[in-house]
Write a protein that binds this ligand. Structure first.
Ligand code: 3AT
Ligand code: MG
Length: 390
């Protein structure tokens, strides 16, 4: 619906019907099908088996959009290599695991790429085309069966790639955190899928080439829905204190405060949103999202922090003012603060650090363009109005 502000003559109320229809169709189009999800599950089990073969007791744990529910069609899978062995492996062996695993996947016909210029090493593996797996045997008959069936009804599945990380356990936590938020209101997931698709179409989703990761866009959407739009669409789950008997493992991990409220029944009852339910359409929310980041948010001085009341801090108070080098596992990398998005748990980490000056300028320019296009699409009877007032 449109909102008329009484008494302001020149105010043309926008009609978001078309934008909402358009956004809804985009979202439907980019959502993965059920059979894709089944197939990804099969592939995950196969990858886990290969890991377990090399390092007994090891497996891969999914995180990212597979867990949060923000995956788009054909999206990569993100997993963490994990082994529950009680005795810690000798460290020399540990550091060899990515390379040994890479060889293991190569042997089985996967396409393999080992990235070491990242914060932590990442092993990218791409599933082999069916029939090209030399000497491999199915990990379990049922898995093979499901895979075969899926392939037969859908010719596409050859190139699913999976990023295997070796040290990012907060990623698992933050994916479950985002999943909980996505269960609070369907418009969160819908906005994320739309913004992700927009950012990919406009070439603004390449963290390796100076723009922002999907995770960064998700935080920008969350901030808008928790802190900016009135009444808020989402409550701030990190500000609701834990019960005294909450297990420590839910509150703290590696020295980080990872607490967030998880009781979905209380969330659904609506009493966490005292301002009442926000009834805005998807189209209006998307428009206001772009408008907020193009006209209200100050990229130069402000930091998006979804955990704090209000959700905005200043770069100055976080000491996020000038770029600096940091020494990582295998390489040094740069921390930049041109676009400042505080990670909800690892609060010293700027999720927007991948953005360079040119990247930020392009993101802002494209947001402006998007806001203008939505305004045009949503301005009713432009000519009629002009005629009537003449
Ligand atoms: P795509 O569909 O792959 O574009 P995604 O939702 O899987 O999107 P990402 O690939 O950006 O999102 O990230 C996967 C997960 O990795 C999400 C988050 O748990 C973690 N992650 C990604 N980037 C960062 C980051 N800069 N800091 C902390 N965690 C991150
Ligand atoms: Mg991903």
């Amino acid at each position: 619906g449109s909102h008329v502000s009484r008494g302001s003559r020149n105010f043309i109320p926008l009609d978001y019907t078309m934008m909402t229809e358009y956004a809804t169709s985009v979202v439907q189009h980019v959502r993965p099908t059920e059979s894709e999800l089944v197939m990804k599950d099969t592939i995950l089990r196969r990858i886990s088996d290969i890991c377990n073969n090399l390092v007994p007791g090891s497996r891969v744990v999914p995180f990212g959009s597979l867990v949060s529910g923000f995956a788009t069609k054909g999206a990569d899978m993100d997993v963490i290599f994990s082994h529950d062995t009680i005795e810690p492996q000798p460290s020399s062996m540990d550091s060899n695991i990515p390379i040994r695993l890479a060889n293991e996947f190569l042997k089985r016909g996967f396409e393999v790429d080992l990235l070491i210029r990242t914060r932590v090493p990442i092993l990218k593996v791409k599933t082999p085309s069916p029939g090209l797996e030399p000497g491999s045997r199915p990990s379990s008959p049922s898995a093979e069966h499901v895979l075969k069936e899926t392939i037969e009804e859908d010719p596409w599945p050859e190139n699913i790639s999976c990023d295997i990380g070796f040290k990012n356990h907060l990623g698992i936590t933050n994916s479950h955190f985002l999943r909980t938020y996505s269960q609070c209101d369907p418009r969160f997931g819908e906005m994320v899928l739309f913004i992700k698709q927009w950012s990919k179409n406009r070439d603004l989703n390449s963290p390796y080439f100076g723009t922002l990761s999907s995770y960064g866009y998700v935080l920008m959407v969350a901030h808008f829905l928790i802190n900016i739009v009135q009444p808020p669409v989402l409550p701030n789950l990190q500000l609701i204190p834990p019960e005294p008997d909450t297990p420590l493992s839910e509150v703290s991990q590696d020295g980080y405060n990872i607490w967030y409220f998880k009781d979905l029944s209380r969330i659904e009852s609506g009493d966490l949103l005292p301002g009442g339910k926000n009834e805005m359409s998807l189209g209006q929310l998307i428009h206001e999202f772009f408008q907020y980041y193009t006209t209200n948010f100050n990229f130069v001085s402000e930091v998006v922090t979804i955990r704090t009341p209000g959700g905005v801090m200043y770069k100055q108070e976080k000491g996020w003012t000038s770029a600096r080098e940091r020494v990582g596992e295998m390489t040094t990398y740069q921390d930049r603060y041109l676009l400042a998005l505080e990670d909800p748990f690892e609060i010293s980490h700027n999720v927007g650090r991948t953005c360079g000056g040119a990247g930020v300028r392009r993101i802002r320019g494209e947001m402006q363009r998007a806001a203008q296009m939505i305004r045009k699409l949503s301005t009713p009877f432009l000519h009629e109005n002009a005629g009537r007032h003449a």
